[in-house]
Design a protein around this ligand. Structure first.
Ligand code: AIR
Length: 197
């Protein structure tokens, strides 16, 4: 862990084929000043290795897990069954159901074994949530989360101001402003039969 980084997150994923998507969890965590280790482990294909890794993780300094997998996703649930640390589940879009199977199998955990499930392919939000959890203990991470949120708000405000300036910019020859006026309304729907209006 570099001296600038605080906290330690284990990011697990079910297949090497997930890595392109899942690497964004690590990138975002590193941007937020959080140390992270990424492992390919499958609840179905390498169950014993997965459990051994989870059981040993806390002693090695892991504070939060992010578990990602596609299809019938039992990785996050398996992790949550073998640790008392917070577990964030990321359903991945893959297979014929495009992530819906993974979402449902990640989110529907029995009481007492929680998995905080983000959206399908919600890799960046998984990292932000892990950083918010770590921010309770690590002040430097809390500050990075705050700075990232402020930067996001400023970017949104700037885009909004730019859009409003564009709306007000009317060509000199067009005194009515009609050329710039956006078409906001669609044609009114015909009244439903029996509707008195
Ligand atoms: N997977 C791997 N072990 C259990 C599950 N659910 C997931 C992987 C991947 C999908 O199954 O996370 O998203 C397909 O894996 P593969 O290796 O066949 O591409």
């Amino acid at each position: 862990m570099s001296r600038a980084q605080q906290g330690r997150v284990a990011v697990l994923t079910g297949s090497t084929n997930d890595l392109e998507t899942v690497r964004k969890v690590r990138e975002t965590l590193e941007d937020l000043g959080v140390d992270c280790e990424l492992r390919v482990l499958s609840a179905h294909r390498s169950p014993e290795l997965t459990v051994a890794y989870v059981r040993a993780a806390e002693a090695r300094g892991i504070e939060v897990f992010v578990a990602c997998a596609g299809m019938a996703n039992h990785l996050a649930g398996t992790v949550a069954a073998h640790t008392r640390l917070p577990v964030i589940g990321v359903p991945l879009a893959s297979g014929k159901l495009d992530g819906l199977d993974s979402l449902l199998s990640t989110v529907q955990m029995p009481p007492g074994v929680p998995v905080a499930t983000v959206s399908i392919d919600g890799v960046r939000n998984a990292a932000f949530l892990a950083a918010r959890i770590l921010g309770i203990k690590h002040a430097a991470v809390r500050e990075r989360v705050e700075a990232a949120a402020r930067a996001e708000q400023e970017k949104y405000a700037a885009a909004l101001a730019e859009a409003e300036r564009g709306e007000r910019r009317v060509p000199a020859a067009d005194t009515t402003g009609a050329a710039k006026r956006p078409r906001m309304r669609q044609a009114a729907r015909p009244p439903r039969p029996g509707h008195r209006g």
